[in-house]
Design a protein around this ligand. Structure first.
Ligand code: SF4
Length: 405
């Protein structure tokens, strides 16, 4: 997958740009990032990113419009305003950005300055996701992320003045010293900012993969029952506060059965070609997945020598594609009809999987009627356990996994 051009012409492109730098390390972090104390490694990374965009453009069959742009990291807004502006205009020149494109940026309020707001707004930013996680000082001190409510509120005001309409707040449960009460207290304060969306993530404790997480005191982390309690209480509070909002594009898509889920999470993005730029960035095509090299040194080596930075690719078999559709349907619609989901109308033999589903059905987690599977409302928190029945790679992998809730 290192050379050659895309063998089909996608209807739309969805670039993901990874910025693997932060000013400080949050101890719960599960991202691919490194701490940068000066701007020089960031400036040279931006040059590589731009070179990679040009390289990928040469491999595409013509100018294909962009419907979604996602900046993630790390901290995308560690880039200077000028560098953000320049990269966005290169994307526009290279691919063309649809006037209705969703342009989303993950923002660390601790590093955002007014200097960033104007270029972000001018580039058509439609969705700003502010990292918050928790507002309790003891939790913040333990996870090494000190961020006052006032700071988050100030950044939200800046973005709204700049007419960035989609404001998300990212919160977390399952962190050290969090209790149901403290999670609810954070939600109560977050609601004062009237965000358009709140994304609530469960902390994934994987110190065997992310060594710095071992610095968190495990004995202060909520156990599985407490995690479920925090998640359920938070979900109830958000529903009572009016989230889900019927007009939210994601809610509309879910209602219409057109919500999608990729490795970044839930999305309204319908582009079939997701192209990752930057170290470790993952791309997704109908034929499979590709991932860039993860070290900045290797990335520099590939890009400066005019080669794509792809480290590996996984081609999807028909069976993989079918399982991907089944899992996506369960995650997005909480139901799947196995008889109808096979693209060729075939009736796949899922004897083992259905036996696992029947076991879950005995515990009341799912309902099965022939080849039709549905997850009742009060079991949706455990949707991943239902999906696991169709994940061919879960059991065979030697990897350890974080909690499903
Ligand atoms: S700001 Fe985000 S990416 Fe950076 S260290 Fe904290 S959690 Fe990780």
């Amino acid at each position: 997958m290192r050379s050659g051009s895309l063998s089909y012409r996608p209807a739309a492109l969805s670039p993901y740009l990874h910025v693997p730098f932060c000013q400080e390390l949050c101890l719960y972090c599960g991202c691919h990032m490194t701490v940068a104390r000066t701007y020089s490694p960031i400036a040279s990374y931006v040059e590589l990113l731009e070179r990679e965009i040009e390289l990928v453009t040469q491999h595409l069959p013509g100018r294909t419009g962009v419907t979604h742009i996602h900046w993630g990291g790390g901290t995308p807004t560690i880039l200077s305003g000028d560098d953000l502006r320049r990269t966005m205009s290169l994307l526009e020149r290279s691919f063309g950005i649809h006037s209705t494109a969703e342009i989303a940026v993950g923002i660390d309020p601790r590093t955002l300055t007014l200097e960033h707001v104007e270029p972000l707004a001018a580039s058509g930013l439609t969705r700003a996701s502010l990292g918050v996680q928790d507002l309790d000082p003891k939790v913040q001190g333990t996870i090494n992320r000190i961020q006052s409510f006032e700071l988050t509120a100030k950044v939200a005001t800046w973005l709204r003045h700049a007419e960035v309409t989609g404001l998300n707040l990212d919160l977390m449960y399952g962190l050290p010293f969090q209790t149901t009460e403290s999670v609810l207290c954070t939600i109560e304060q977050a609601l004062q900012l009237d965000p358009d969306r709140i994304a609530l993530f469960g902390y994934a404790h994987v110190p065997w993969m992310k060594r710095h997480q071992a610095l968190l005191p495990e004995e202060t982390m909520p156990d599985a029952i407490q995690r479920v309690g925090q998640n359920t209480a938070a979900a109830t509070a958000l529903l009572e506060a009016g989230y889900v909002q019927p007009s939210d594009p994601m809610v509309v898509r879910q209602r219409e059965g057109r919500l999608h889920r990729n490795f970044q999470g839930y999305t309204t993005d319908e582009a079939t070609a997701l192209i990752g730029f930057g170290t470790s960035a993952i791309g997704s095509l109908p034929q499979g997945y590709i991932q860039n090299v993860s070290s900045t040194v290797a990335y520099r080596e590939e890009i400066t020598n005019g080669r794509l930075a792809t480290a590996r690719g996984v081609a999807l078999t028909d069976d993989d594609g079918l399982r991907r559709s089944i899992i996506e349907s369960l995650m997005c619609d909480f139901s799947v009809d196995l008889e109808r989901i096979a693209p060729d109308g075939s009736k796949p033999d899922f004897k083992t999987e259905l036996a696992a589903i029947d076991e879950l059905a005995r515990d009341g987690l799912v309902k099965r009627d022939g080849l039709s599977i549905e997850i009742p409302e009060d079991s949706r928190l455990l949707v991943r356990n239902v999906c696991a029945a169709f994940d061919r790679y879960l059991e065979s992998g030697a990897a350890r996994h974080p909690r499903a809730v």
